[in-house]
Write a protein of this length. Structure first.
Length: 430
């Protein structure tokens, strides 16, 4: 059955590898189950309902990814997008959370239209090769700073903005040890090295009293407080056009950038063959609409899927496993919370280093290609945003090409996207 649905042999994989890859990805992205309810609850939404909505949105989106696209990518409400929802749309602009959900729904419909008409694919086709490589490398750097912050290795510093943390703290020690375990096992060609490293650190931390045992089973709360509570008419009447524009732009390039980076790492796409990218984009678009109906902020492809790819995931069976884990998380929420951030940090850091290999594909001899690519990769971690990295990269690419008289080499899609980002920053800089 799995072979018929997912074509495992064609992708050089097997059921065991795919399942382990799915569990690995889930463990690295499961933090959203805890973080998303905490952020969205600041808007007045019911915490328990958001917990269920987060899991259900992840399940729906990832199942579509599994069976429609057959790609090993996990979907869930996106970090950054949830903060924009709570702190900008609701807190700053004064919209209700119901209206904010309506804006997410509208952006999802626009996103779906862009995908169905091929416009999104046309936009993606216009991404220069140098920027594609930079997207993957930038996502790697973004993963790295997330990992180091989760481990307490990188911390805030009043003078230098960021600095090194206390490496004698248990979190840092466990993360460093986990990185060594994962690297050594992978170098020795041990299957599931990343998963083994995560579980080993979780077990060690629990046994030494540095990680709390939270129990195993709990019934999920009711989803009624958020289910179908979106206010679409209110979103249209409140003049939230710029909010919808920002949501669409961030969704297009955050999710697309993530999928390109992860798919490239998994060798599911090449510079000349985009494989099932169109179907993956459809899954991504549909998940946003579904998530808004369920009661959560925009659902997106997760960059943490790269950890599952590194563990050997190549097909939708990995995604199916991720969805199954989110389903189990509904019933075993305390157990799902047991994996600490510093146990998944070494996995993210290791994958980050691997993704940096993409910089080799950038044409460093052509500064009109190299400079925008470098800006793309550098901006992502420094602004803590994949979308900002893409924006800076597109704008600098177009400007530099124009200044050097190479306007014919600018794809129309690249120019349009750069203009939209300029408009976004000029009129809506937040």
């Amino acid at each position: 059955m799995f072979e018929r649905f997912f074509k495992l042999n064609e992708h050089g994989t097997n059921v065991k590898t795919e399942v382990m890859a799915g569990i690995t990805t889930f463990l690295t992205m499961s933090y959203i189950i805890i973080v998303n309810p905490n952020i969205l609850a600041t808007t007045g939404m019911d915490h328990g309902a958001i917990f269920v909505a987060t899991c259900l949105a992840a399940i729906v989106g990832t199942l579509i990814m599994a069976f429609v696209a057959n790609w090993p990518i996990g979907m869930a409400p996106g970090m950054g997008l949830n903060a924009f929802f709570a702190f900008t749309v609701v807190a700053s602009l004064g919209a209700t959370w119901q209206v904010a959900l309506g804006a997410v729904f509208i952006s999802g419909i626009i996103f779906l239209i862009l995908t169905a008409t091929g416009i999104r694919g046309w936009i993606i086709a216009g991404i220069p090769r140098s920027l594609r490589a930079a997207i993957a490398a930038g996502i790697g750097l973004f993963l790295a700073i997330i990992a180091m912050m989760n481990a307490g290795i990188v911390v805030e510093h009043p003078a230098t903005k960021i600095g090194i943390g206390d490496l004698t703290q248990p979190a840092a020690i466990f993360a460093i040890l986990g990185f060594f375990i994962i690297t050594a096992l992978d170098a020795l060609k041990v299957r599931g090295a990343i998963l083994i490293g995560i579980l080993a650190i979780t077990a060690l931390a629990t046994l030494t009293g540095h990680n709390d045992y939270l129990g195993i089973f709990s019934l999920p709360p009711s989803i009624a407080p958020t289910f179908l509570q979106l206010d679409i008419v209110g979103a249209l009447h409140m003049g939230l056009a710029h909010v919808i524009l920002v949501l669409v732009l961030v969704e297009v390039f955050d999710a697309t950038g993530t999928m390109l980076g992860v798919a490239k790492r998994a060798k599911l796409i090449t510079d000349t063959d985009t494989g099932r990218l169109g179907r993956a984009l459809f899954a991504d678009s549909t998940a946003i609409v579904a998530g808004s109906l369920i009661g959560t902020s925009s659902t997106t492809a997760y960059v943490e899927s790269a950890s599952g790819v590194q563990a050997g995931g190549r097909t939708g069976l990995t995604a199916l496993t991720i969805a199954a884990c989110f389903l189990l998380a509904l019933l075993f929420a305390p157990l799902a919370k047991m994996v600490p951030a510093y146990a998944t940090a070494p996995a993210l850091l290791y994958v980050a280093g691997l993704m940096l290999r993409e910089v080799a594909e950038i044409d460093w001899d052509d500064m009109t290609e190299a400079a925008p690519a470098a800006i793309t990769a550098i901006t992502m971690p420094f602004t803590y945003s994949i979308a900002n990295g893409l924006a800076f990269g597109f704008i600098s690419y177009v400007v530099i090409k124009l200044l050097t008289g190479q306007f014919r080499s600018i794809h129309p899609a690249t120019a349009i996207v750069a203009i939209l980002f300029i408009i976004k920053y000029a009129f809506y800089p937040d």
